[in-house]
Ligand binder design. Structure first.
Ligand code: ATP
Length: 247
């Protein structure tokens, strides 16, 4: 379970995230949407413990990220927009190393080969990470997130650079993680994917939440019956004063 309470992040006087609050419950995939510069990556990086919030509280499985970081991070996996991997490990060593760090070698033994096969990385398992293509690195980063049994998954634009089959496998994998009770927050510009794949979406604009709910709820509250998520998104991000939040 992820809870974000009144999160604010300022960059030297510029407020990138303006007091946002939301939850991602076990067993749901929530899409974090918003135009360029809306504050998605900033919010994600605060939730991942990479950036220190200016104020606010982040609870991961009830552990306060600021005050109980080790326990909070134990349940968290973050796949950044540009994964930073250990280039001089082989693909297999990399996955194994992450599993070791999180004390989940049993998981590595159980599903490591399978994960590599599903992401078309099995044949590359003995190659250095440095020799992988961009999309392959992205797939490895996702595999690393899945190997350590985190139940809160944060994914920043994970589908960029992944081929259609990889994206398909990835979505299947995330659906599986959701069905196993993971809470998943995924930032994306792919509104079609968000509409089909996410249980709920949060739309950010200029650091504020301008809408939150299922697509049906957003349609109803925005008075846009039958509209696509794209149409709702365009309207709400043009009118930042309109607040359409889940009740
Ligand atoms: P995109 O969809 O383009 O990736 P985003 O929603 O992820 O955008 P952020 O990267 O979080 O947006 O940026 C939010 C705002 O904060 C932007 O105005 C950006 O210029 C600003 N910003 C981000 N990082 C910094 C920084 N290190 N210093 C100053 N301003 C920053």
């Amino acid at each position: 379970m992820l809870e974000v309470i009144d999160l604010i992040k300022d960059y030297r006087g510029f407020r990138a995230v303006s007091g946002i609050s939301f939850q991602v419950r076990p067993g749901e995939i929530v899409g974090l949407l918003g135009p360029n510069g809306a504050g998605k990556t900033t919010a994600m990086r605060c939730i991942a413990g990479i950036l220190r919030p200016s104020s606010g509280t982040i609870l991961i499985n009830d552990h306060d990220l600021l005050h109980d970081q080790a326990n909070a991070k134990r349940g968290l996996a973050f796949v950044p927009e540009v994964p930073s991997l250990y280039e001089l490990l082989t693909v297999e060593e990399h996955l194994k190393f992450i599993a070791m760090c999180f004390n989940s070698m049993d998981e590595f033994d159980r599903i490591g080969d399978d994960l590599l096969k599903r992401y078309d990385l099995y044949e590359k398992r003995n190659q250095f990470v440095a020799t992988l293509s961009k999309g392959m690195k992205q797939k490895l980063a996702v595999a690393c997130a899945l190997i350590h049994r985190a139940n809160v998954l944060l994914l920043d634009e994970p589908l960029i650079g992944i081929d259609p089959r990889g994206a398909h496998e990835f979505k299947k994998e995330l659906s599986r993680a959701r069905d196993d009770g993971s809470a998943i927050l995924i930032s994306t510009h792919l509104l079609d994917t968000a509409e089909r794949f996410c249980d709920r979406v949060i739309i950010l604009a200029r650091g504020h939440i301008v809408a939150e709910g299922t697509i049906a709820e957003l349609r109803e509250r925005a008075n846009m019956e039958g509209a696509t998520l794209e149409a709702i998104f365009l309207r709400l991000t043009e009118e930042p004063d309109v607040i359409v939040q889940q009740s």
